[in-house]
Ligand binder design. Structure first.
Ligand code: NAP
Length: 290
């Protein structure tokens, strides 16, 4: 079998066209969605990520503000800036690029962002909303993975999904989203003995580890959907995922490439959350609506 390649770039283009339409409709009602991106320090990868996010906002018609501070910026000053953005009516989403310099507590920063503007979905409230099935912001990478799986047309109900990785930003929310879609979910991590024993039974595998070739061809059930979240540099210096793409493509039914799979979807879902935030702020508070 040769797996079908799930094209994250093409799906992103489709979704971004929809986002641009929703943005234009909001702008026509005087509420252009706005995203504030804060970068502290000069981490080279972070600089690329924030540049890409701001560029994607511009292409979708979303207003964006990029605030850059040097690595010595204090935690107190950062929290002040976040509070000011919480009160700014032109801003519907606030993203603080991680990692932060060591003297700044990321948890304090995330919890200072207004829950109504937590478009990264990293706050304790957003995590609780996901856990309990309430509406709220879903973390962008797992949210994008769900869209990629949906694009295959496969119904997750009753399927066995294996998530490799249990981080708060990818693995755990991914498992909860799969559970919400009625999959039977197994979470594997660094202490899981015999990873292949689990993945060989899976109809869907999501690999979010950060190590090349964690998932080999002989660890995949024929016809499975394989989503590769990992971003690594191979021995040849080229970008690669966690999945042995060539070998897994011989066995799986669908597989995402790296690059061009999950990566573009993460930014797309950030835009989607920002638009959803602006739409939500147009709704009257629940008590008034009743
Ligand atoms: P992380 O916080 O380092 O978590 C990695 C997880 O993998 C941990 O739960 C760890 O287990 C588990 N793990 C490590 N070695 C393992 C092994 N040999 N077998 C099974 N599990 C193993 O990383 P993350 O933030 O979740 O990110 C994961 C990868 O996705 C990274 O490559 C990252 O760059 C990439 N990523 C990509 C995007 C995108 O947009 N494409 C977005 C976010 C992240 P323990 O918990 O036991 O340590």
């Amino acid at each position: 079998m040769t797996a079908l390649r799930i094209d994250g770039k093409a799906l992103s283009r489709e979704l971004r066209a929809e986002i641009a339409q929703r943005t234009a409709a909001l702008a026509a009602r005087g509420r252009r969605p706005g995203l504030a991106v804060i970068l502290v320090g000069d981490d080279p990868a972070s600089q690329i990520y924030v540049r890409d996010k701001v560029k994607a906002c511009g292409e979708a018609g979303i207003h964006s503000v990029l605030e850059r501070y040097d690595a010595a910026f204090t935690e107190a000053d950062l929290l002040l800036r976040i509070r000011a953005l919480n009160d700014d009516p032109a801003i519907h989403g606030i993203l603080v690029q991680m990692p932060l310099p060591r003297h700044i507590d990321p948890h304090k920063v995330i919890e200072t962002i207004s829950p109504r503007k937590d478009v990264d979905g990293y706050s304790v409230l957003s995590a609780g909303e996901l856990l309990t099935g309430l509406p709220g912001f879903r973390p962008c990478t797992p949210y994008g993975c769900m869209k990629l799986i949906a694009s295959t047309g496969i119904d997750l109900r009753g399927k066995h999904a294996v998530v490799i990785g249990r981080s708060n930003t990818v693995g755990k929310p991914m498992a909860l989203l799969l559970l919400q879609a009625h999959a039977t979910v197994t979470i594997c991590h660094s202490a899981t003995p015999d990873l292949g024993h689990h993945t060989r039974q899976a109809d869907v595998v999501v690999a979010a580890v950060g190590r090349p070739h964690v998932l080999a061809g002989d660890m995949v059930k024929p016809g499975a959907v394989v989503i590769d979240v990992g971003i690594n540099r191979g021995a040849d210096g080229k970008l690669c995922g966690d999945v042995d793409f060539a070998a897994v493509s011989e066995v799986a039914g669908h597989v995402t490439p790296v690059p061009g799979g999950v990566g573009p979807m993460t930014i797309t879902m950030l835009l989607m959350n920002t638009v959803e935030s602006a739409e939500r702020l147009l709704q009257p508070p629940a008590r008034e609506a009743a």
